[in-house]
Design a protein around this ligand. Structure first.
Ligand code: ADP
Ligand code: MG
Length: 617
């Protein structure tokens, strides 16, 4: 390399040098391999690209002294075994056009060249139809030896003494425990989504993971333990644009950090703040305060709709159809959290809807309207009509009918970003008969089957939505629907509780209570939100304060949500309360008017649908 001073001063001679490959590779290596975990990633990806069904990873000293993959993939020929260490040596693209249809993990032909520039590498590889394999030893980009060798079909690459010739990098490495945790993270990111491939990870002679090929849930359990099998709901959806398959954590298992959030696109781990937000949004207020859902979600999209102009070792990606993907993902997760209830399954019968162009900026979607036939009597349907669908209350019998009900005449009617609207269409007729079972459940018919509704949870949801929305409105209007009490009721608290209660007064007034302090520990209540009985008042407040003090209330996002959830729980009808026909119909109608009728404020399932097929059986 020589820019010498005299040459610059007397610029009479040629001074540009072409860097030797070994130096260029070493510089490039800095980008591709900055720590052992990145070499682990490249080796795993190469083995998968080679079609391996079993990949064993061995590390020593957190990858400092050894990183080795042994795979049963296609192997390499003698000359490829040498060529693969050249820069821009790749079997994965031939023309620039290929870039738009990449289905492999690597394609730039940089990884092996980079690794070989900064380590001592031993490659042993054999193609399945060859009798002998090849061994190549390369150190700091220099081929040391190549010779035939007996080895199993597939490829073994051992990377020894990483950064042996780059002391600055070597000294920069963190403690073994830190580097190993990076390796494990890479291992999870790769293995979680490639659950059809067997993987193992051995560190300092100890096997940390031995993952058999299987389902995604089995893979999650293999990595995190069997207890995880119970902690997730399945998300699955398929539209023209996007295929979703994965698992979302039940709200009660939400964590204090975002550690367990894994999003994959076309088999590759990605970070995408907007899509992650779509998942979190679907949880709405089901999550404890400052906690985050766990999820493992695989997306499949047409590679041509992904911006490929992004560095392959980076995890950021850009999508052409980001808005639509956001809506589909959020809706799918919502559906999963509602646990397959309602007719939401119909939402995806007409994926063409997702091809609607994004709404113009500033466009405010209209409120979804419920349309129904007021003359409909569910018990008048002829036997042939009731055979496949219990409730044809929307006049829906064929897929075309669904489109008719769901697809608006004018495209502006449809909020492409809010797919909750179709859920509303699943509500039963206001006149649909209800039956109370065991003093706990209301049974009624929906278009998707027979609904069994937990009356207490349903009421909790209705009250909660009413309280929270009332509070939001009263911020401006200073009024809430409440009923004046015929006789004022006194409530008494311990001094500490009275202090707390005093602090909460403004909130409570917002929900429709009229309360004033009367002496040190007594408060007088002159009005309550509709639905609350006078005799329940003291108990309701006592429990609300207890909830507020205990950790259970920190479960909700903010104070309003926590207070409303507590009040709703106290005020809701309890099991054993006999409900009249009209009360049940009202409750069911109110429930379906809520944006999230499927789950109670504390995240419990409200509705179970027994499908017509199941009834037929
Ligand atoms: P890229 O993966 O971007 O093509 P790499 O430097 O990672 O570049 O690999 C170079 C080439 O070496 C690959 O294109 C592939 O043909 C070959 N190769 C690497 N690892 C393996 C392996 N485990 N089995 C078979 N071939 C491999
Ligand atoms: Mg590669």
């Amino acid at each position: 390399m020589g820019i010498r001073n005299f040459e610059i001063k007397n610029r009479t001679v040629d001074i540009i040098n072409i860097l030797p490959d070994s130096v260029a590779n070493q510089i490039a290596a800095g980008e591709v391999v900055d720590r052992p975990a990145s070499a682990v990633k490249e080796l795993l990806e190469n083995a998968m690209d080679a079609g391996a069904t079993q990949i064993d990873m061995v590390v020593k000293d957190a990858g400092r002294t050894l990183i080795q993959t042994i795979d049963n993939g296609c192997g390499m020929s003698d000359s490829d075994a040498r060529l693969c260490f050249e820069r821009h040596a790749t079997s994965k693209i031939h023309r620039a056009d290929d870039l738009f249809a990449i289905h492999t993990m690597g394609f730039r032909g940089e990884a092996l060249a980079s690794i070989a520039a900064i380590a001592q590498v031993e490659l042993r590889t054999r193609m399945h139809d060859s009798e002998l394999g090849t061994q190549v030893i390369i150190e700091g980009s220099q081929i040391v030896s190549q010779q035939p060798t007996a080895c199993p079909p597939g490829t073994s690459i051992a990377v020894k003494n990483l950064f042996f010739n780059v002391p600055a990098r070597r000294n920069f490495l963190k403690k073994d425990s830190v580097e190993l945790s990076h390796i494990e993270e890479v291992f999870r990111r790769v293995t979680l989504i490639h659950y059809d491939i067997g993987f193992s990870l051995t560190s300092n002679g100890k096997m940390l993971y031995d993952l058999k090929p299987g389902s995604m849930l089995q893979r999650i359990a293999g990595l995190y333990g069997n207890a995880y099998k119970e902690r997730f709901f399945n998300v699955e959806e398929e539209t023209d644009l996007l295929k979703i398959k994965g698992f979302v954590g039940k709200p009660e298992y939400a964590r204090k950090t975002r550690g367990e959030q894994y999003l994959f696109v076309n088999g590759r781990f990605i970070k995408h703040p907007a899509l992650s937000a779509a998942v979190e949004k679907a949880y709405n207020d089901m999550l404890p305060e400052r906690s985050f859902p766990s999820y493992f979600i695989g997306l499949q999209v047409d590679p041509a709709r992904i911006d490929i102009n992004i560095h392959p070792t980076k995890t950021e990606v850009k999508f052409v159809d980001e808005h639509a993907m956001f809506a589909i993902l959020r809706s799918a997760v919502k559906k999963a959290l509602g646990q397959f209830t309602l007719a939401t399954e119909l939402e995806f019968d007409t994926p063409a809807e997702f091809n609607i162009p994004p709404a113009p900026k500033g466009y405010v979607p209209p409120e979804p309207k419920i349309s129904y036939n007021p003359d409909y009597n569910p018990f008048r349907a002829t036997p042939t009509q009731t055979r496949m669908k219990l409730d044809s209350s929307h006049g829906i019998d064929t897929p075309e009918d669904y489109k008719r009900v769901k697809a608006p005449k004018d495209i502006q009617d449809l909020d492409a970003f809010d797919l909750e609207a179709p859920v509303v269409a699943a509500a039963p007729q206001p006149s649909a008969q209800c039956l109370q079972v065991q003093g706990r459940y209301i049974v009624t018919s929906l278009s998707s089957g027979l609904a069994v509704i937990d009356q207490q949870r349903a009421h909790e949801r209705v009250l909660y939505d009413r309280l929270t929305s009332q509070n939001a409105q009263t911020q401006d209007l200073r009024q809430a629907t409440s009923q004046a009490l015929l006789f004022p009721v006194n409530c008494q608290f311990t001094p500490a509780d009275a202090d707390l209660f005093g602090e909460l007064l403004p909130d409570l007034r917002g929900y429709g209570f009229a309360i004033d302090p009367m002496g040190q520990c007594t408060f007088v209540v002159t009005a309550t939100p509709a639905d609350l009985k006078e005799s329940q008042l003291q108990e309701t407040f006592d429990r609300m304060l207890a909830d507020y003090k205990s950790s259970t209330l920190q479960k909700y996002n903010n104070r309003t949500q926590s207070l409303c959830a507590s009040l709703a729980r106290q005020m809701a009808v309890k099991p054993g309360t006999v409900l009249g026909q009209e009360e049940m119909q009202q409750l069911v109608a109110d429930l379906f008017a809520c944006p999230m009728p499927e789950t109670s404020p504390s995240g419990k399932k409200i509705i179970t649908v027994v499908k017509p097929e199941e009834i037929l059986k």
